[in-house]
Write a protein that binds this ligand. Structure first.
Ligand SMILES: [Zn+2]
Length: 344
């Protein structure tokens, strides 16, 4: 209970961005940036670079479709990347960067899009049997720090990135009211338009979550609301099992269960299951690209394995849906997964 209370009071403090933190909050295992690694955001793909890349790939890749599903508050086009060969195939949606400062999820998704263009026999075969939808950099205004509030106390050098959209709305708390144009675009032009069976909502958490002293590389959570249909929940757990088996078999993979499960119906991991019957999973990567609170920000030394982790999660789940092995995945792998610890 102490952990939960601390987490809540911390988020309340963080919500007030004018507060600056005294070093006493940055104890525990210490921030990864550690005062000797500056946090540079220059290596992260900008919105304009992403838009140019997607347009180029859509011309190059015969199977790839590219659709604009709406605009952000600041007028940036929101893209949907589509690989749809047969409407009867099972369909999975990958959503990245609802929170604009959780950027390596998008880097992983863009690498995956590039990978699908490599035209290998295996990829062609896979795409015959699964439909893949990707919405990368959903919160583009937050990702570019182009917002109607100050980010002066954020940590990064270079462009700032923030969780919120330009109007300071948290898009991942907006899936019931749908106040933001970004959220409405996703619901009206993706979730209500395509028949989606599976979804992974890709995020980043803090840097110091651990499990008995070993920092986690990420965490997963199936829908937690009690009204979620049992079949939908079962297939969410199978999706998690596929991800866990493929990511945790890598040397850098140490994914546990997310430690702050919520029954909030406005978060995607509950909303998509409740509103559309989608088997959905929240996948959190370690460390954010920018924040006002130092222990949430991961230095760029870890970017390589975190991008690989996002890529592996996408690749493994798409393959398992295409070849049907997801159906034999063991939900107990998820049920028996311990929760990570929130240790700061
Ligand atoms: Zn997030």
């Amino acid at each position: 209970m102490k952990k939960k209370f601390y987490a809540l009071s911390l988020s309340a403090l963080i919500a007030t961005s004018s507060l600056s933190f005294s070093p006493v909050y940055a104890t525990g295992n210490g921030p990864d940036v550690n005062g000797n690694e500056t946090v540079q955001t220059a290596m992260l793909t900008t919105y304009d670079e992403m838009a140019a890349f997607l347009k180029k790939e859509a011309v190059k890749q015969a199977h790839m479709g590219l659709e604009v599903i709406g605009q952000t508050v600041k007028g940036r086009d929101i893209f949907l990347v589509k690989y749809i060969t047969d409407s009867k195939n099972p369909t999975i949606l990958y959503l990245t960067q609802q929170h604009g400062n959780e950027a390596l999820t998008t880097e992983g998704a863009l690498e995956y899009i590039r990978h699908l263009g490599s035209n290998s026999k295996n990829i062609k075969e896979m795409l015959k049997n699964v439909n893949i939808l990707i919405v990368p950099m959903f919160n583009a205004d937050g990702a570019m720090g182009d917002v109607n509030f100050s980010l002066d106390n954020y940590m990064a050098s270079g462009r700032h990135l923030t969780r919120y959209n330009a109007d300071r709305l948290d898009l991942n708390r907006d899936h019931v009211n749908k106040r933001a144009p970004e959220t409405r675009a996703l619901h009206e032009n993706v979730l209500q338009k395509y028949h989606i069976d599976y979804m992974i909502d890709l995020h980043h958490q803090g840097t110091q979550e651990d499990y008995f002293g070993k920092l986690t590389s990420g965490s997963v959570l199936a829908p937690y609301h009690p009204d979620v249909d049992k079949e939908v929940l079962l297939h969410s757990k199978k999706l998690a099992a596929v991800l866990l088996e493929n990511v945790n078999s890598k040397g850098w993979g140490h994914v546990l269960k997310y430690d702050e499960p919520s029954t909030n119906t406005s978060v995607a991991s509950n909303a998509m299951a409740l509103q559309y019957g989608i088997s959905v999973m929240l996948f959190e990567m370690r460390g954010m690209a920018d924040h006002s609170y130092e222990p949430y920000v991961l230095g760029q030394k870890s970017n390589g394995y975190i991008i690989k982790q996002a890529f592996t999660a996408i690749d493994a789940t798409a393959k398992a849906i295409a070849d049907g092995t997801i159906n034999t995945a063991d939900p107990a792998v998820y049920d028996n997964l311990p929760e990570q610890h929130y240790s700061y």
